[in-house]
Ligand binder design. Structure first.
Ligand SMILES: Nc1ncnc2c1ncn2[C@@H]1O[C@H](COP(=O)(O)OP(=O)(O)OP(=O)(O)O)[C@@H](O)[C@H]1O
Length: 633
C-alpha cells in the first residue's frame, strides 16, 4: 500500500477571485465597531505618545544651546544646568511612554476578547453547511493567532505609525528651520522611500496571507492527528504523518522566509537611504562650519535632530509589515463574520451559542403519552397529515454536493402519527442520516415541506424546532464536561430526577455510578475516556432527558453489546411509547422497536409497513435485514 498521509489539502486563498480586493486601510477600518468603545483611551494614548516622541526632538535644541553657549563660554554651571534639562527630558519621555502603555493595555485586551466572543457566537449561528465546508484549523487560527495579531497592531503599529509620522513631520520642520539647504538634502530620499514602501506593502500583504492560511492548515492537521491518533498509530501511519507534517512546516517556513527577505529589504533600504542623506548633510555642514557660514552648535543640533529621526524612519518598514499582517488577519476574521448566519424565523433570536447545534428537549413537553391535544393522528379531510411528524415531497441536496449530481433526497413522503415510532431502513448512503438532520433543522429541505403536529417546520423557527425535537446522532459526540453535564445539555431545565431517569432509560446509570465521581466525573475531550457503547448511552440519555415530543435516533444501539442492547431496548420501548419517533435502524432488533418501518431507497420512501409485511413483500428490505446487501458491498 502506498505510504500516503492523511492530511487536508492546503488552503491558498491569496489568488481566489471571490476575495474582495480592499486596500489595507479600508480593511483595517472594519475594526472600528470593536475599537469604538475604547476610542477615547486610544486617542489619549496616541496624543501622549506624540508628546513623548516630540520631546526627543527638543533634546537637540538643548544641545545646540549647550554647545553654542555654556560649552563655548566655559560656563560650568550652565553645562550642569543643560545636563539637568537633558535628564529631565529623558525621564519625561520615558514616563509618557509608560503612561501610553498603561492607557491601552487593558482596553485592547478587552477589544480582543470582544472580537473573539463575537466570532464564537457567530460560529454557533452559522449553518451546518458552513462547518461542512470550512476546516476546523482555519477557524481556530482565526480565533487565536489572527486576533492576537490584531491586538498587537492596535497596541503598537496603529499608534506608532501616527506618532512616527507626526515626529518625522515636526522633525523636518525643525531641520528646515535650522538650515533649509541641509534640510532639503535630508528630504531627498523621501519620494523613493514612499514608492518602495508601497510596493513592499502589496508584496508583504500577499506573503502574510499565504503564511496565515498555511498556519490554519497546519492547525487542522495537528487537530485531526491528535483526535485520530488511534487510527494513525493503529495503521502504523505515524511516520508518514510526521513526514507530511514536515512538508507543511517546510512550506510555512519558505513563506516565513519570503516575508523575512521582504522585511530585510525594506529595513535595509529604510536604513541605508537616510544614512546616506545624513552623511551628505554632515559633509556639507562641516564645509559650511569651516567657511564660518554655520555655527558648530547649529550643526550639532541639526545632526542630533536627524539622528533622532532615524528610528521613526527606520521603523516604518517594520510597522508597515505588522499593519499588513493585521490587515490580512482582519480580512480572514471577516471572511467568517461575513458569512450569513441562519435566522430564526420563529422569534428572531437565534439564541446563545448552544442553541444552534445541540438538540434540546423540553422538560415536560410530553404529557400522557405525548399526543398533542386535539390531534388524533388521522389525516386531515384533504388528505394532509394533521398531527405527528410528516414529510411531504421533501427533496434535499447538500450545498457542497458535486454540481449536476442527483439530490440526496428526491421525493420523500412519510407520515409518522403522534405517539408512533417509525424505523427508517435503507442501504448505506441512501440518505437516512440526511433525512433525520432535516427535522431539527440542521439543514432545510430544498423542496417539499415537513410538519410537526401540522405546523410547517419552516415557519416554526429553529429554536422552537430544536426544543420540540431531540436527536441522538450516530456519532455520539460528547464534550469536555462531566457525564451529568453532557446529559443535561439535552434539556435546559432538567433536574437531578430527570437526569437519573434518562440514565436509567439509556442503561447508563450502572457505569456512570461506577465512575470515580459518578455523574460529576469529567469524561475527557470528546468523551474519549469512555468506551464507544458508553458514549452512545450517554448520548441517548441526553436525547431523552427532556422528554421530547419528537425523538430522532440515528442507529442508537449500534455500539452496544447484545446484553446491553436488550436492556436499552426494553427501556427505550417505554420512552418511545410516549413520543413520536423516527429511528434509523440497521438491524432487526432495532426495527422491532418500531410500530412501522419505512424503506428509503434511491432518495425516496419505497415502502412502508410492518417489519413482517416488508420482510414478506419487499425483496430489497428482506435483503437488507438478512445482511445480504451489506455483504455484497
Ligand atoms: N455534508 C455533506 N456534503 C455532501 N454530501 C454529503 C454530506 N453528508 C452526506 N453526504 C452524502 O449524502 C449521501 C447520504 O448520506 P447519509 O449519511 O445520509 O447516508 P446514510 O443512509 O445515513 O448512510 P449510513 O447508513 O452509512 O449512515 C451520501 O452519498 C453522502 O456521501
Amino acid at each position: 500500500m502506498a505510504d500516503t498521509a492523511l492530511t487536508t489539502p492546503p488552503t491558498d486563498r491569496t489568488d481566489l477571485p471571490h476575495l474582495p480586493q480592499r486596500s489595507a486601510v479600508r480593511t483595517l477600518l472594519r475594526l472600528w465597531p470593536f475599537v469604538r468603545p475604547v476610542r477615547a483611551r486610544l486617542f489619549t494614548a496616541a496624543c501622549v505618545a506624540v508628546v513623548a516622541s516630540c520631546l526627543s526632538l527638543v533634546i537637540p535644541l538643548v544641545l545646540k544651546w549647550l554647545v553654542d553657549g555654556p560649552v563655548t563660554e566655559g560656563d560650568a554651571g550652565g553645562v550642569w544646568l543643560g545636563g539637568g534639562y537633558l535628564l529631565l527630558l529623558g525621564v519625561a519621555e520615558a514616563l509618557l511612554f509608560g503612561l501610553r502603555r498603561w492607557l491601552v493595555a487593558r482596553p485592547l485586551a478587552g477589544v480582543e476578547a470582544a472580537m473573539r466572543a463575537a466570532l464564537y457566537r457567530h460560529l454557533q449561528r452559522l449553518p451546518v453547511a458552513f462547518h461542512d465546508r470550512w476546516p476546523s484549523g482555519q477557524l481556530l487560527s482565526r480565533g487565536t493567532t489572527d486576533l492576537q495579531m490584531l491586538r498587537m497592531f492596535l497596541t503598537f503599529p496603529l499608534t506608532f505609525l501616527l506618532v512616527n509620522g507626526v515626529t518625522i513631520l515636526v522633525g523636518w520642520a525643525v531641520l528646515l528651520a535650522q538650515h533649509w539647504t541641509l534640510g532639503l538634502v535630508l528630504l531627498a530620499p523621501v519620494l523613493p522611500l514612499m514608492a518602495l514602501c508601497s510596493v513592499f506593502e502589496a508584496k508583504y500583504g500577499r506573503a502574510a496571507r499565504r503564511t496565515q492560511d498555511q498556519l490554519g492548515d497546519l492547525t487542522t492537521v495537528v487537530e485531526e492527528s491528535v483526535l485520530g491518533i488511534r487510527v494513525i498509530k493503529g495503521f502504523g501511519r505515524h511516520r508518514s504523518q510526521a513526514r507530511a507534517f514536515k512538508e507543511l512546516t517546510r512550506a510555512l517556513r519558505t513563506s516565513e522566509l519570503r516575508k523575512a527577505r521582504l522585511l530585510a529589504c525594506i529595513l535595509g533600504v529604510n536604513t541605508a537611504l537616510p544614512e546616506i542623506a545624513i552623511g551628505g548633510a554632515l559633509v556639507l555642514g562641516t564645509l559650511q562650519v569651516a567657511d564660518g557660514a554655520l555655527s558648530t552648535g547649529t550643526l550639532v543640533a541639526f545632526l542630533s535632530t536627524a539622528l533622532a529621526l532615524r528610528w521613526p524612519v527606520e521603523s516604518i518598514g517594520f510597522l508597515l509589515a505588522m499593519s499588513s499582517e493585521a490587515a490580512t488577519a482582519t480580512e480572514r476574521y471577516f471572511e467568517v463574520m461575513d458569512e450569513p448566519a441562519v435566522a430564526d424565523e420563529g422569534n428572531g433570536d437565534e439564541g446563545d451559542g448552544d442553541a444552534a447545534e445541540r438538540p434540546r428537549g423540553t422538560n415536560g413537553a410530553v404529557g400522557g403519552g405525548g399526543r398533542p391535544a386535539g390531534s388524533d393522528g388521522h389525516d386531515g379531510c384533504d388528505g394532509s397529515p394533521t398531527g405527528g411528524l410528516a414529510f411531504s415531497g421533501v427533496a434535499f441536496r447538500y450545498p457542497d454536493a458535486v454540481p449536476d449530481s442527483p439530490p440526496t433526497l428526491k421525493d420523500v413522503t412519510l407520515h409518522i402519527r403522534p405517539g408512533e415510532t417509525v424505523a427508517l431502513v435503507g442501504a448505506t448512503g441512501s440518505g437516512k442520516t440526511t433525512l433525520t438532520a432535516l427535522v431539527p433543522r440542521l439543514y432545510d429541505p430544498t423542496a417539499g415541506r415537513i410538519t410537526l403536529d401540522g405546523r410547517d417546520l419552516a415557519t416554526i423557527g429553529r429554536d422552537e424546532a430544536r426544543s420540540l425535537v431531540a436527536v441522538a446522532f450516530e456519532d455520539p459526540t460528547l464534550f469536555s464536561a462531566t457525564a451529568g453535564e453532557n446529559v443535561l445539555m439535552g434539556a435546559e431545565h432538567a433536574q437531578e430526577a430527570d437526569l437519573r431517569r434518562a440514565l436509567e432509560v439509556a442503561q447508563a446509570d450502572g457505569f456512570v455510578d461506577a465512575l470515580p465521581e459518578g455523574t460529576a466525573t469529567q469524561v475527557g475531550e470528546q468523551g474519549l475516556s469512555l468506551s464507544g457503547g458508553q458514549r452512545q448511552r450517554l448520548a441517548l440519555a441526553r436525547a431523552v432527558v427532556g422528554r421530547p415530543r419528537f425523538l430522532i435516533l440515528d442507529d442508537p444501539l449500534s455500539a452496544l453489546d447484545v446484553r446491553t442492547e436488550a436492556a436499552v431496548e426494553a427501556a427505550l420501548r417505554q420512552v418511545l411509547a410516549g413520543t413520536t419517533a423516527l429511528v434509523v435502524a440497521h438491524r432487526p432488533s432495532t426495527v422491532l422497536l418500531a410500530d412501522r418501518v419505512a424503506l428509503l431507497s434511491d432518495g425516496r420512501i419505497a415502502a412502508v409497513g410492518t417489519h413482517h409485511e416488508l420482510l414478506r413483500d419487499n425483496p430489497e428490505y428482506a435483503a437488507l435485514m438478512s445482511g445480504e446487501e451489506e455483504g455484497a458491498r
